[in-house]
Design a protein around this ligand. Sequence first.
Ligand SMILES: Cc1ncc(C[n+]2csc(CCOP(=O)(O)OP(=O)(O)O)c2C)c(N)n1
Ligand code: SF4
Length: 297
Amino acid sequence: MSTLAVRPIEEYTAKDYKSELKPIWCPGCGDFGVVQAIYRALANIGRPPHEIAFISGIGCSSRIPGYTTAYGFNTVHGRALPIAQGIKLANPDLLVLGAGGDGDGFSIGGGHVAHVIRRNIDMTYIVMDNQIYGLTKGQLSPTSRPGLQTVSSAHGSMESPVNPLLYVLGYGAQFVAQGTPADMNGLAKIIEEGIRFPGFAFINVQSPCVTYGQEDQQLKAQKAMMQTLESMKHDPGNRLAAMDLAQQYGEKLYTGVFYRNPTPGPTFDGLARKRQQAMKDQVKSRADVLNVFKLVK
Ligand SMILES: Cc1ncc(C[n+]2csc(CCOP(=O)(O)OP(=O)(O)O)c2C)c(N)n1
Ligand code: SF4
């Protein structure tokens, strides 16, 4: 942790969020760009590192909290979301970030995604979607394309991929965006927007795996194919239009905010805090009544 002192927001820079740990990702891994974008977004938000909790699962991408100065927890494969939710409920003042791979988030951990969305816990979940299991050396992941030959699919994948964007939109996520480290400014911007959104924010990052990923998913290919939703004049307040565009996942690379609920609903952590306060007030008013009785006696 670089400092515990709270400074004016404008004094924070990306360096304040960079830990001394040297990343051990393969040279050229897309996750290098993702962590840089996170530093930039956090610097713009300006919360001191000790007010941030960064929770991940297991995988190459899940190493990311260790490369930041925030409190970090590299948990269990697929369990970043339940632990992040518990942390947010225990200390709602923390800025909570979750991260992991597409395997972590949509395979073993896929069951948790629906529940964090329906609870609308105020946190930002960043999935580094490289369409492969990186850490375990290149097996099929839930977002791998059909026909893909890997060490676990010698004759080509026979499964249809999960579409992470439609998945979360279908469950009612109120902030859904997609970015790529091929556009660092755009990625930093949507991460910042996700953090600022008052509720659960999902960010899918097309983060290439240079070692086991496909040629046409690398940064150069992404730069050529990406289209910003802003340039397409997409209205991020229109959920059905967002779902329509999200259907192109795997075919097109749209970046930016697919959906941002213009009238965000209540968060579970906000409601829990209100309920706790109401219970405290009730106990206090009972105590006042008892005190009155004592006086009357
Ligand atoms: C319970 C459990 N099952 C399986 C594993 C093995 N394992 C570790 S990481 C991983 C998948 C990694 O892929 P992904 O989550 O997409 O992250 P990436 O490494 O590509 O960033 C698997 C299967 C594990 N650590 N724990
Ligand atoms: S195996 Fe792939 S995902 Fe893992 S560090 Fe290397 S390039 Fe990145």
